[in-house]
Design a protein around this ligand. Sequence first.
Ligand code: PLP
Length: 469
Amino acid sequence: MRYISTRGQAPALNFEDVVLAGLASDGGLYVPENLPRFTQEEIASWAGLPYHELAFRVMRPFVAGSIPDADFKKILEETYAVFAHSAVAPLRQLNGNEWVLELFHGPTLAFKDFALQLLGRLLDYLLARRNERVVILGATSGDTGSAAIEGCKACDNVDIFIMHPHNRVSEVQRRQMTTILGDNIHNLAIEGNFDDCQEMVKASFADQGFLKGTRLVAVNSINWARIMAQIVYYFHAALQLGGPARSIAFSVPTGNFGDIFAGYLARNMGLPISQLIVATNRNDILHRFMSGNQYVKDTLHPTLSPSMDIMVSSNFERLLFDLHGRNGAAIAQLMETFKQGGGFSVEQDRWTEARKLFDSLAVSDEETCQTIAQVYAECGELLDPHTAIGVKAARECRRNLATPMVILGTAHPVKFPEAVEQAGIGKAPELPPHLADLFQRPERFSVLANDLQAVQGFVAAHGNRGKPL
Ligand SMILES: *Cc1c(COP(=O)(O)O)cnc(C)c1O
């Protein structure tokens, strides 16, 4: 399988190089040159397979030529064995023909484990084969950091440095990162805010001299392997609910457009999906596009669903590429306009094409809390605020009651106790057994000044399993 850039100028790469590359050299994102397509008979024949075997069948074409079947099978079996539920991604019924796909049974209780548990293992496998080591440098305000650290903790060939703003992440989220101990795990508490952390990541990617030749790898949501891993659970959910013989609708709590883009790909690979709902919080750039064909940057609004607090949706460029007939030059131009501070609209027929599949809703904090309370009263299910936004959007935007509606349950409610408390149901979510002693576990992190030299110096001094590079 070959991958091409959405901006048309970077060289085509194979799977292995795409995983290690992150962003394309022309600033674009990598997408498959040709998407695999499965027949209905083929998809139907996968009913009842264990999750990791379904994952093998769905993802095999994407890694073809880079990873032999037997090795890929083994990696997938190990990846999904760490999930705490035997179904890996169980479905829970809320209401008539309305379901939550529980994607929070992984080690860090959010859907990001599906991709990052795989990415860590893939990196280690590919690096061992190349006899190389890499450094991962990332910034997090919450979910991604812990999922990335959990995904890489067992990697022999990766040192991971995750910055978080000192004293500005919740205690659960901090502890999920800082209680994972290992020579190759480095939590940096930066005396600054999240944007300061992100700026230092960007600056470090732009000038990697401090790494003395070691490669820096990005594990943020633009990494193709993360999107790929997320395609699988759309097939998994549909197969439980009568697909592919019938169509399914999905509502997806959305920030960077990675998770819902995976659903779009599942559909283009042959899975009958009749509707995809973009569910956002007040940070609603995607809702403004879907409802009014305006892609315009706004300021950042902190909400009760912080993992969707974004100003720009990085993976949206991948959809725009398809909407523009895969014309890289057109996308490069559109993105340049956007960067110059302008927003944009796309031509009417392109927007209409998108709206055949996508609907959207922006949900306020107040409505989020109301939905948590409402669903709890209906069926005793305690939702996290991101999932609640998905439920609200599903109920508002649903096109056809006869089509099963699946809401992606992106996080466990215990990660976001503030929203649950504000919902006023008088019950606090509990940590699941494998994290029950989280507040007793020892923590390890280093507090660093908000200073690029200090951060890069730290990485250089510890980037080789805690020893200097
Ligand atoms: C990351 C995240 C999202 C948003 O996913 P995108 O792929 O960025 O759209 C939604 N909910 C939770 C809990 C998350 O951690």
